[in-house]
Design a protein around this ligand. Structure first.
Ligand code: ZN
Ligand code: ZN
Length: 140
């Protein structure tokens, strides 16, 4: 994801409204490795700017995802997660108890053999490693 300043420029040049609320969403996402949900972006933003609605947060996240600045992940934790790391392709590690999502930088090249339909062009494959993080395991 670009810096909040660069995103502000980009939104402007595409005729999208730039408001302090939207910039606060950029700030909350920038360098954020937690793969937040829309709700957790909202709580971070509201801590600074109590009047921001969840709807504004959703709209800004959708605009960013449409521009390819963030990606939307469905990793089985209930709500969609948002990932500002679109520069380097990576996989994910997910704690099924607390919903922690971390980047995984491993090479994965599945041998698809003959299972791919004839003529199908593979664009990519993503790995989601599920399990339990240490602090969840320690609770038992
Ligand atoms: Zn956990
Ligand atoms: Zn990620």
């Amino acid at each position: 994801m670009k810096t909040p300043a660069a995103l502000t420029e980009q939104f402007r040049s595409q005729g999208l409204k730039i408001t302090p609320q939207r910039v606060a969403v950029f700030d909350a996402l920038h360098d954020n490795p937690t793969h937040p949900t829309a709700e957790s972006v909202h709580s971070a933003v509201v801590a600074r700017m109590p009047t921001v609605s969840l709807r504004t947060v959703y709209q800004t996240l959708n605009d960013l995802a449409e521009m390819g600045e963030i990606s939307r992940l469905e990793v089985g934790t209930g709500s969609a997660r948002f990932d500002p790391n679109v520069e380097e392709p990576h996989h994910h590690l997910v704690c099924e108890s607390c919903g922690m999502v971390r980047d995984l930088h491993v090479e994965v090249a599945p041998d698809l053999g003959d299972d791919v339909p004839d003529g199908f062009e593979v664009a990519g494959a993503e790995l989601v490693v599920r399990g339990r993080c240490r602090s969840c395991a320690d609770k038992d």
